[in-house]
Ligand binder design. Structure first.
Ligand code: AMP
Length: 170
């Protein structure tokens, strides 16, 4: 089963993606983790994407695609977390279900400020939210046929239980 976690930054896609993957025996593949690893290892790709990540900007489509596509080859059992994030990245990329965690903006800002990651300052958060609206939200339409909309503004355990129940029924 191929699943995509779609949510605003700080919307819980990492937390829920890891849990769902474990419960269903799928690989959890996070584009943010892959890119952070490339930065930490100081690879050519890491050097190219580092500035974008620090500023909370999406890295260029071709670079991210280069990092993620090889990991998807030869497997059809994964939860993808953070890719695709633009319509260009979504070209030819299909899923059985796209899980959309819907979380109000005030809650997102509160969570991100509390998370304390290096790329979670107020300015960076605003930039990320703007780009999320412009570039990533159109994916909700793109994947409308397979969209599973979930109220993401609930305790994490409740969301996980709800998701698992719906996925098992589908
Ligand atoms: P995340 O851990 O998903 O919040 O990703 C952290 C950062 O990595 C983002 O703010 C972007 O700079 C970059 N990134 C991760 N996935 C993508 C993607 N699909 N397209 C562009 N940039 C990405």
């Amino acid at each position: 089963m191929r699943l995509l976690m779609l949510a605003p930054p700080g919307g819980g896609k990492g937390t829920q993606g890891i849990r769902i993957a474990e419960e269903l025996g799928l690989d959890h593949i996070s584009s943010g983790d892959l890119l952070r690893k490339a930065v930490a290892q100081d690879t050519p790709l890491g050097r190219e994407v580092e500035g974008y990540m620090q500023r909370g900007r999406l890295a260029p489509d071709d670079l991210v695609t280069q990092a993620v596509r090889p990991v998807l080859e030869g497997t059809d059992d994964y939860v993808l977390d953070g890719f695709p994030r633009t319509l260009a990245q979504a070209e030819g990329v299909d899923f059985d279900h796209v899980i959309y965690l819907d979380v109000p903006e005030e809650e997102i800002t509160r969570r991100l400020l509390g998370r304390g990651r290096a790329d979670d300052t107020q300015d960076v958060i605003e930039a990320r939210l703007r780009q999320y609206h412009a570039e990533t939200l159109p994916l909700v339409e793109r994947y409308n046929d397979v969209l599973m909309r979930v109220d993401g503004n609930r305790p994490p355990d409740q969301i996980t239980a709800d998701l698992l129940q719906r996925l098992k029924k589908s």
